[in-house]
Design a protein around this ligand. Sequence first.
Ligand SMILES: Nc1ncnc2c1ncn2[C@@H]1O[C@H](COP(=O)(O)OP(=O)(O)OP(=O)(O)O)[C@@H](O)[C@H]1O
Length: 267
Amino acid sequence: MSPGPHDAPDRSLAIETRGLTKRFGDVDAVTDLDLAIPAGVVYGFLGPNGSGKTTTMRMLTTLTRPTSGEAFVAGSPITDRDAVIDHIGYLPESPPVFEELTARENLRYVASLHDIPRSQADAEIDEYLERFGLADAADRRVEGYSKGMRQKLGLVQAIIHDPDVIFLDEPTSGLDPRAARTVKDLIAELADRDVTIFLSTHILSVVDELADRVAVLHDGELVAEGSPDELKHRAESTVESTLEDAFLRITDDHDDEPVEPEDEVMA
Ligand SMILES: Nc1ncnc2c1ncn2[C@@H]1O[C@H](COP(=O)(O)OP(=O)(O)OP(=O)(O)O)[C@@H](O)[C@H]1O
């Protein structure tokens, strides 16, 4: 029997949503979303522009309140912000950074918000800055950083406190090939340590390479879910089918759906 609206969260799941819905006025951004994501999984969250990916991530990271439905992240309901935020990291599309501070100062500030002792924080900050090729720029103000440098800094900010669940919105956007490789290696390493990664990106090769499971949103609704291979087979094209073929086929099928009579009246 599937869980009802007031049942306790399933503790084996890192992320669980039940009928999660968000409306902005007339816009149905996310509709009746049911997800069950086990811990330690890299979960690719795909969909065309405007399909509701960011809105979903903002609800799961407690930044936007759902219109209806419920969700649990790392075992806590998203209505309990204090309980959730200690266990999550979030890299949004535009990473939040203080322009007038240096990268090191930004990271020290974030570490202090998570009560990480200064000496431990400094050692980890050094390690991450080195790993992401930011060591030489660490003491420069962020206002002079390139897009890729900001992206790397935002990612370190999202993971510095060792969260259990990490939400990444386009983590490799703006990165050169070497930096993108560093990020992909890091994601794989985190997943090996049982960290759950919720990964939204339009770069399907990244999802194909890293994701254990993939969901496809279309107009706010979940239209496909499975392993990358399952989705490729479902696309029923050639044996050589790629995740991009599958994505295009799945979202195309939903664009071609006949218009319901009710919709015609509304239009
Ligand atoms: N604050 C808001 N106010 C009004 N409408 C919004 C708001 N945020 C999102 N929307 C609408 O909700 C829908 C889903 O947007 P969302 O940003 O979640 O999509 P997305 O899948 O992340 O898109 P993209 O791939 O372009 O980043 C869109 O129609 C968008 O215009």
